[in-house]
Design a protein around this ligand. Structure first.
Ligand SMILES: Nc1nc2c(c(=O)[nH]1)N=C([C@H](O)[C@H](O)COP(=O)(O)OP(=O)(O)OP(=O)(O)O)CN2
Ligand SMILES: [Zn+2]
Length: 158
């Protein structure tokens, strides 16, 4: 069974080496869908939507009305520091693809016990910058009892 919840935030960014318009600082009303696959619990839920929201909300709060900056884009960081403007540094360019990667890494790191508790087997993240484009990334979460002591999970890319 799969469940999904949508999130949104307003943000600015630029792709410093883009050959077109996206090298200019501009903004998006980002929309994100997070889908989780797992078994139903005794309450008839894969996970409580509220628990998924609680897990993701710190990231949304950090990104909302912020500028997403690529590590090394010092010109932009200097401007934002001068303005006293909220920003969030990513270890790579703020493409939709990289944001999907960042969100999945965040879920696995900060939501590790949440994934175990709810026996989640698959995560899918879809991010829209505009109505005409999106990026999507899926990752399997594989439970392997013999591999890992103390009921830990191993996580692999699919
Ligand atoms: N593969 C990717 N290509 C581009 C990304 C990205 O994240 N991944 N991002 C951008 C820009 O951030 C841009 O804001 C979005 O691009 P685009 O869809 O081209 O935006 P437009 O509004 O110009 O698109 P329309 O064709 O007018 O709908 C660029 N590329
Ligand atoms: Zn953009």
């Amino acid at each position: 069974m799969k469940i999904a919840k949508q999130f949104r935030w307003e943000g600015a960014h630029r792709l410093p080496n883009h050959k077109g318009n996206c090298r200019n600082l501009h903004g998006h009303s980002y929309k994100m869908t997070i889908e989780l696959k797992g078994m139903l619990n005794e309450e008839g839920m894969v996970v409580d939507f509220a628990d998924l929201k609680a897990l993701i909300n710190p990231l949304i709060e950090a990104w909302d009305h912020a500028t997403l900056v690529a590590e090394g884009d010092e010109d932009l960081i200097n401007v934002l520091n001068t303005l006293g403007s909220k920003y969030f540094v990513l270890p790579y360019n703020s493409t939709s693809e990289n944001l999907c990667q960042f969100v999945i890494d965040f879920i696995i790191k900060d939501g590790y016990s949440f994934l175990i508790k709810n026996s989640i087997s698959e995560i899918r993240v879809l991010i829209r910058e505009t109505d005409t484009c999106y990026a999507e990334l899926e990752r399997s979460v594989i439970l392997s009892e013999e591999e890992i002591p103390n009921s830990a999970y191993s996580v692999v890319n699919i």
